[in-house]
Design a protein around this ligand. Structure first.
Ligand SMILES: [Fe+2]
Ligand SMILES: [Fe+2]
Length: 304
């Protein structure tokens, strides 16, 4: 038995022998591949310019979105979610933009376009990755609405994107992701440590590189690279401001996992620090009623 293989079995509790080519990737190899990806479509940067233009209004933004039917329909879907509660619903883009706000729309556009570009790499993405992202997105929106965070759809898209690093690894280096999945299937536990052992990189650093390459707003970048970081050290690492959204996403990850609906059959939920949660007035535990609500919400949101 190879030394590395024996170590894997000891560290991750794998019972059956597992043959894995332990050649690992480096973050530089990922950066090289990420740089081969196209930039986000022009519409994303046009929207960024409109956000910065003090004279621009909702109709300017709506005019750009109108040119992409798929994007427009996703915006309507989020604008009509129960957490936005626009009186009478909305079927007009300018009105949807006014209710959701420019930065939420920007985040939705980034999310949709990022998924599309990575999808075009041609690799088949393991189902649990998408299932987990959808579950965390749904619960993030629910929590954001509960604690009156402005624009709950922003929490939804942050939840969809939070493990973008995993999606990027699966899309760009499917063999590395297969190695990881193979260990999971044999009883290994999802963790950053296992990612490093099997692939050589973890989803936080890959996610950060991708967010940087695609010029994500700092708020999203911080969520993607910091959702496993305790809040006490969060400000020093990522600056003040995004920590509340990041903690909403971390809590959603943990709750979705507890509700047994994350697409992760084994693994450790993102650890939560009670003091962190008290400091930003997030509930510490799920009561049975909330657990039911979380489960229902996850099953009702099953597509991007
Ligand atoms: Fe994560
Ligand atoms: Fe996650």
């Amino acid at each position: 038995m190879k030394r590395a293989e024996r170590l894997m079995r000891l560290k991750f509790g794998i019972e059956e022998p597992i043959i894995i080519d332990m050649e690992k990737l480096s973050i530089d190899e990922f950066v090289d591949s990420i740089e081969q990806l196209p930039s986000l479509p022009e519409s994303c940067y046009k929207i960024e310019k409109i956000i910065e233009d003090p004279n621009a209004g909702p109709s300017d933004l709506a005019a750009i979105i109108e040119t992409d039917a798929g994007l427009a329909s996703r915006i309507f879907k989020l604008a009509n979610s129960p957490y936005v509660a626009i009186p009478g619903g909305v079927d007009d883009l300018s009105r949807a933009v006014s209710f959701l706000g420019f930065s939420t729309i920007h985040q939705i556009v980034i999310c949709v376009q990022s998924y599309e570009l990575l999808g075009k790499c041609g690799a088949s993405i393991p189902a649990w990755i998408n299932k987990h992202a959808l579950a965390v997105a749904a619960v993030s929106e629910l929590i954001a609405a509960r604690i009156d965070l402005p624009f709950p759809p922003k929490a939804y898209t942050a939840g969809l994107l939070h493990d973008m690093g995993r999606l990027a690894i699966a899309a760009l280096f499917p063999e590395a992701m297969s190695r990881y999945c193979e260990v999971i299937e044999q009883g290994g536990t999802h963790s950053l440590e296992l990612e490093l052992e099997t692939m050589g990189v973890d989803h936080l650093s890959v996610g950060y590189e991708l967010a940087d390459y695609w010029n994500y707003p700092p708020m999203l970048e911080a969520v993607i690279s910091g959702h496993h970081t305790p809040l006490q050290t969060y400000g020093e690492q990522f600056g003040r401001g995004p920590e509340k959204l990041a903690k909403v996403v971390s809590l959603a990850d943990n709750w979705a996992w507890q509700a047994g609906a994350t697409g992760l059959p084994t693994g450790n939920p993102v650890p939560l620090d009670k003091q962190d949660l008290i400091s930003i007035q997030l509930p510490l535990e799920m009561d049975p009623e909330l657990k039911e609500e979380v489960t229902t919400e996850i099953s009702s949101r099953n597509s991007l």
